[in-house]
Each structure stands twice: as C-alpha cells, then as structure tokens.
Design a protein around this ligand. Structure first.
Ligand code: URA
Length: 210
C-alpha cells in the first residue's frame, strides 16, 4: 500500500473513516504507536486544527491534544474566545512515532516524508467531510504537509492563505514550542505571539458569522 488513499471510500462519513483508520497499516508507524489517534470534534465544526502527530499521552488515550500541548492550545482558545466545542482537532500523522524513553515518557520523533505522505489522505478526507470555514495548522509538519515543502512557518505564520480545497488557512508555531521556552520571558513572548495568530483565526470565524 503506497498511501492510505486506497482505504478511503469516497462516500465514507467521519465515523466510518475513524473505524477504517483504526486498522490502517499504510506506513510502519502502526508498529510503534499503540493505536490510531483519529480526529475528534463535531462533524460540522467551523474550525479544523491540525497538529503533527499524537504525543505520548494521546497515544495511550487514543485522543488528540489531551496532553501538555493540548492544554496550551486550550489556553490559547480561551484567550481569544474560540469555543473548543466548535473545533475539530486532528493530526497530520495519526500514529505516535517515538524512539527512546526518558523516565516514564517516550520521546517523540518527527515523522518522515513517506509517513506524512502515507497518512495525508486521512486528513484530506476529514477536512472534506467536516467542511470547516477555517483550517489552523500547528507547526512546520502540518504547515508543510498542507501548504507545500517550501512553506516557512516562522516567516508566514499568522497570514491567511489558501489551503485544502481553497479554504482559508492559517499556520502558526506548534503550542509545544511555547512549552519548550527556556525562560519565563521567552515563554510569555512565545505565548503572546501564538495568541496573536489565534486572534487571526478568531477574526475569520467572526467574519463568517456576520
Ligand atoms: N502534539 C500534536 O501535534 N498533536 C497531538 O495530538 C499532541 C501533541
């Protein structure tokens, strides 16, 4: 199997996609991850948020963004007034890739181009079914997967671009980069910049309401 595309029937709804993705073996990561972590959220969500891949906690719980990065993301949504119940959250790659243990936690490793390409049809199908008004890409892996390998998130973060199916799409840094800050000062600055990008998304959603 080259990519997950051959597992995806054209007319499958989100529930069917989730069930089929649970058995996906399109790349080798089904051997490292505990389970497929599919997207979560309402089928008519107004915003789809795309991360990189499930982390240690997400892999065990089977849900995206339930660990520290998810808490940082929630904090951002709250700061800019985005109601999380309107949001469908998912990842570019649906299995956890990791290489070593540090204490109890397994340390994540970036997915490679083959793994991303294999998994991308799931994300495309999720966006096609949910039909969100806006897509938010968190971090370089999601941004490059959707907007092309030449995309530089550090340069173009916070801009409104055309993404999947021409939908308004904003890319920003991954919330885990806020958590990796080396000082309080850096963390405050990183968080403020992250929230500024989320404000752009909140503005787009408000614009659509009017
Ligand atoms: N980081 C991600 O990119 N996705 C998750 O689901 C959790 C952490």
């Amino acid at each position: 199997m080259e990519t997950a595309a051959e597992l995806i029937p054209e007319d499958a709804d989100l529930g069917t996609l989730r069930r089929l993705a649970a058995g996906c073996t399109a790349c080798d990561l089904h051997e490292t991850g505990t389970q497929t972590v599919f997207g979560e959220g309402p089928a008519d969500a107004r915003l789809v948020v795309v991360g990189e891949q499930p982390g240690d906690q997400e892999d065990l719980e089977g849900e995206p963004f339930v660990g520290p990065a998810g808490a940082e993301l929630d904090r951002g949504f709250e700061a800019v007034g985005i109601d999380r119940s309107l949001v469908y959250v998912t990842n570019t790659v649906k299995h956890f890739k990791w290489s070593e243990r540090r204490g109890k936690r397994r340390i994540h490793e970036k997915p490679n181009a083959i793994e991303i390409r294999s998994c991308l049809p799931w994300l495309q199908a999720e966006v096609a079914r949910v039909e969100p008004e806006v897509v938010l890409l968190l971090g370089a892996t999601a941004a490059k997967a959707v907007l092309g390998s030449g995309f530089r998130v550090t340069k173009q973060r916070g801009e409104v671009l055309e993404g999947v199916d021409g939908r308004p799409t904003v890319a920003t840094l991954h919330p885990s980069s806020v958590l990796r800050s080396r000082s309080d000062e850096q963390r405050h600055a990183a968080r403020a910049a992250f929230h500024a990008d989320l404000e752009v998304v909140a503005g787009l959603l408000q614009g659509e309401e009017g």
